[in-house]
Design a protein around this ligand. Structure first.
Ligand code: ADP
Ligand code: MG
Length: 615
């Protein structure tokens, strides 16, 4: 048989490699920014058009390149940063694989101008799909400017795979934040579609965080600082009262690279234990410095996971250091009742084995015992229900046809009711319901018994209500007597603007979204004033995440988010009236049997089922 193995031509190999390095415009931004930093730039400009699909340009005042280097920089495995495998273990630079520029040039139109300090004149290079189209001399300042146009022009499948400009811009902004947060000594400017979105002067870490996330941050940060043999930890955590319902400002950097580490995230959360509710996320900006040889970053270029040699020790140090900071700055109770002396001596960790976690069991716990009533006697839902619940239904169709769900028709056997519930006339007219374990609403139906999951049922009701309002624009707004001022950072405001119309349709009203402080002047009827910030935070986070993976309409996403945030929860007490309204409204829904998150909302137990039990 003839030989069949061929070497792939360079441009094909480059295209394949490009697929690994460049997944979306944000990957290009990351690589170019990192190259500028490696070139010792003190000023970096990032210019983006149409979510990076039309243009990504990075201009720096760094070292620049000679004519030969400029040409070589686009070759695969061309790097000035390592010369032997040993160098890999002592990396001080961001790049080292010599792949980025070659990959980018394989799948885009690249234009580079560069000049070194000592050169009289600069070089201008144009490369399209790995082919050099033009090389000439140019008058240029010291430094490098690289512009990348028409990303994936020669791989239509990849280009089509890109998300909307807004989503791509968000990824770019995330990448920009990550780089800017570790290099406060570098001045950054970020222009999007011609307007300057970030102007970050040279600053210290704390200032840089505020410049990016808004001046509200300044007073929220608690410094963290610890130096041990294994790791040096610096940075900030946000005070517990500013913990958010959604993931937002959580940043780990290891040796000045952004990393993701669910394990270390857990260490931070553990330090906040008892200070924030378990469904809240603490904010943090933590910079870890470790011996470069004790960390494995020689992995996939786009990955942010790293491997520390001594991960358990770092976990313990991180947790104790943050606990200490929170205590020292008087944000944690001074007396720590769960004080664990082990955590005070992080230096000794190397010799320690794992501690077996203690599990405490409440022997007296009886799952069938009624939960004690809250002191106020009223749940948060009831507060809403006393005003909002009935009002809510004012705006809705009254003529819901109960015959649509005839098989589930609510039993109105007055004889039975009369004996059990004799105190209310209304109940005897409509049906009987009661709440089981503050979680289910039980009602009788002709064929037996109906058990409704209160939270999921209400989610379904609200989902259909909001979906209707968003599309028909009929949401009832409750004007706030005193507008509520909430601060949102740029990215959050951009999302708010995107979903503004839908939010207005369901009853929100805003004054200008241009400034950091957004005035909320009206909210949907059901929403309590104290919940506004949380709901908006959650909506923004849901929206940000929701659009990434699935193809789902904005209206549906928002309706789901609002429904999830505003629905009565398990554990909330519902009065008789609300229970009945819930039952009726659920079966007035188009799709009563499933929550908007595809969970069962109710089940029935037939008379036959009950009879069987007595056999
Ligand atoms: P790596 O960064 O892994 O070395 P790249 O493909 O990103 O690989 O860059 C290749 C080389 O081009 C770098 O090693 C560097 O010498 C040079 N280079 C790239 N960008 C710049 C820049 N902005 N300023 C100066 N030199 C640069
Ligand atoms: Mg590089």
């Amino acid at each position: 048989m003839a030989d069949i193995i061929k070497l792939l031509p360079d441009h094909v190999a480059n295209q394949i490699a490009a697929g690994e390095v460049v997944q979306r415009p944000a990957s290009v931004v990351k690589e170019l920014l990192e190259n500028s930093i490696d070139a010792n730039a003190t000023l970096i400009k990032l210019i983006v058009k149409d979510g990076g699909k039309a243009l990504i340009q990075v201009v720096d005042n760094g070292l620049g390149m000679s004519e030969t280097d400029a040409r070589l920089s686009f070759e695969r495995h061309a790097t000035s940063k390592i010369s032997s495998a040993q160098d890999l273990f002592n990396l001080e630079t961001k790049g080292f694989r010599g792949e980025a520029l070659a990959s980018i040039a394989a799948i885009a139109h690249v234009d580079m101008q560069t000049k070194t300090e000592n050169a009289e004149i600069g070089v201008h290079l144009k490369i399209e799909g790995s082919k050099v189209k033009c090389q000439e001399v140019v008058a240029a300042p010291k430094g490098t400017s690289i512009s990348v146009k028409n990303l994936f022009f020669n791989i239509p499948a990849r280009r089509n795979f890109l998300k909307s400009n807004q989503v791509e811009l968000r990824h770019i902004t995330d990448e920009f934040h990550r780089v800017a947060l570790v290099h406060p000594n570098i001045e950054f400017h970020f222009y999007n579609n011609g307007s300057e979105t970030f102007n970050l002067p040279k600053a210290n870490h704390r200032q840089r965080i505020s410049h990016i996330f808004g001046s509200k941050m300044t007073n929220r940060l608690v410094p963290v600082s610890e130096e041990t043999e294994v790791v040096k930890v610096t940075g900030f955590v946000c005070k517990p009262e500013f913990a958010k319902k959604s993931r937002g400002e959580q940043f780990f950097f290891a040796n000045n690279r952004f990393i993701k580490s669910p394990y270390l995230h857990h260490a931070v959360v553990a330090a906040f234990e008892g200070l924030i509710k378990s469904d809240l996320y603490p904010g943090y900006f933590l910079y870890l410095d470790v011996d470069p040889s004790s960390i494995d970053i020689n992995i996939h270029p786009t990955k942010t996971e790293v491997k520390f040699d001594d991960e358990n020790t770092i976990y313990a140090i991180l947790r104790s250091t943050i606990k200490h900071s929170l205590g020292q700055f008087n944000v944690a109770p001074v007396l720590d009742f769960e004080h664990d002396p082990n955590l005070d001596t992080p230096y000794a960790y190397k010799e320690k084995g794992a501690v077996i976690p203690k599990v405490t069991v409440d022997a007296a716990f009886n799952p069938f015992q009624e939960v004690a009533k809250s002191p106020s006697g009223k749940s948060s839902y009831q507060k809403v229900s006393s005003k909002g619940w009935e009002n809510l239904y004012d705006g809705l169709d009254k003529n819901i046809d109960t015959d649509n769900f005839s098989s589930l028709e609510i039993e109105s056997d007055t004889a039975v009711q009369g004996t059990i519930y004799s105190d209310s006339e209304e109940e005897t007219q409509t049906g009987i319901t009661f709440q089981l374990r503050r979680k289910y609403i039980v009602s009788t139906i002709k064929s037996g018994m109906l058990v409704i999951h209160q939270n999921r049922a209400h989610e379904r009701i609200l989902f259909e209500k909001f979906l209707g309002e968003i599309t028909v624009k009929e949401g009832i707004s409750q004007q706030l007597l005193f507008p509520l001022e909430l601060s949102f950072n740029k990215q959050e405001r951009a999302i708010l603007k995107e979903i503004q119309e839908s939010l207005i349709n369901v009853g929100f009203a805003f004054e200008s979204l241009e400034k950091e402080t957004v005035k909320v002047t009206g909210v949907p009827l059901l929403l309590s004033e104290s919940g506004i910030g949380t709901v908006l935070d959650r909506m923004i986070a849901d929206y940000k995440e929701g659009f990434e993976g699935r193809s789902i309409s904005q209206a549906e996403l928002l309706a789901k988010g609002l429904a999830r945030n505003l629905a009565v929860k398990s554990g909330e007490v519902l009065d008789q009236e609300s229970q009945l309204a819930l039952v009726n409204d659920l079966f007035g829904c188009k799709e009563p049997s499933l929550s908007p998150f595809q969970k069962m909302t109710y089940t029935t137990i037939s008379e036959g089922d009950i009879e069987k039990k007595f056999n």
